[in-house]
Design a protein around this ligand. Sequence first.
Ligand SMILES: [Fe+2]
Ligand SMILES: [Fe+2]
Length: 394
Amino acid sequence: MFGYEHDEELLTEVEDLRERIRELEAEHARGLRLDSVTGLLSARALRGCLAEECERAQRYRRPLCVAVLAVDDFEDLELRHGFKAGDDLVSAVADRLRASTRSHDVLGRTGGIAEFAVLLPDTDAEAALPGLERLLVDLELTGEGTMRAAGASMGIAALQRGMSAEVLLASARHALGESRATGGGRATVAAQGDAIIDPTKAPQREAIEALAVALLERDRYTGEHSEAVIEMAVSVARTLGCDAVEVERVRSAAILHDIGKVAIPDEILHKPGPLNDEEWQLMRQHPVIGERILRVLPGLGAVARMVRHEHERWDGGGYPDGLSGVEIPFGSRVILAADAYHAITSDRPYRAAKSHEHAVEELTRCSGTQFDPDVTAALIVHLGGRRQSGVISA
Ligand SMILES: [Fe+2]
Ligand SMILES: [Fe+2]
């Protein structure tokens, strides 16, 4: 039997053990939240913080900015100097980040190789840029031993109304990709209009659909023509290797490419014959008017640009800006070719529809002058497939 004193000792010992277990549990939880090399938030914890910050910023209409930065050519450096030196460099970069940011900024890893994120609450891109650019200069002076003076690149994105945390982070990473593609060692701010379109975001899709209905009500032919162009444009974009986001942009631009025609007077829009010079001048303004309409909608900047240039020719002879070749946004080149095919094979007040063969001949004849040759080839392949499956009868 234990005496009274023994019971006391045992109880103290149990209490100590409990305390130790609590400490170990807390340590484990901290370990899950923190990156083991740098002590910054782990990628998972960072995403959680980002979601919370986005929610707060949207609710109180406060600005929020995200910067993603990465050590340039890190894999090369690691290959030459070893994993240990790589870890030391990453940890030195983290120290520099801690020293150069404000106490309420949030620092973490992103999951990318030698990649970090800085969340800057209550800060817009313009205010954040000078400090972040200075940070890049500082980082060039950072490094460990032989890996000293490694450069870094950065992408910055500001939260926009209705934007999700995922899209914000993706926009910043996209801008980082641009910094790297243009030589590295620099910061790129994601242009407001260039925000990655979130295809699941309903308000934008609703706005696009509402505009498409407005166009259909204004001019049935143009509305139906736009619908017909979508399928061809999307198929060509996919064939030529566009990712899902770019395909979505091309789809939106295809349905809205002639939205500017809502501002063209009826007597020109519905004229049962060819237009005179003066009327053409007005008609040729529809891509610019279309761009203006779309610029009003947040997140549609890239789509607006495609719409502005939907009548530029590959050889530079188009309008409104006379761009040529790859200067013309890809989506605009796709829409021009798909648009031509549909226009040729449709009945118009002043001429009858031409056959599928005739339209393909036209596309082939004008490939390399009016149309992008790659786009023309992909479109003809798509049309061939549709014909075989009986969709096109002419
Ligand atoms: Fe047009
Ligand atoms: Fe058109």
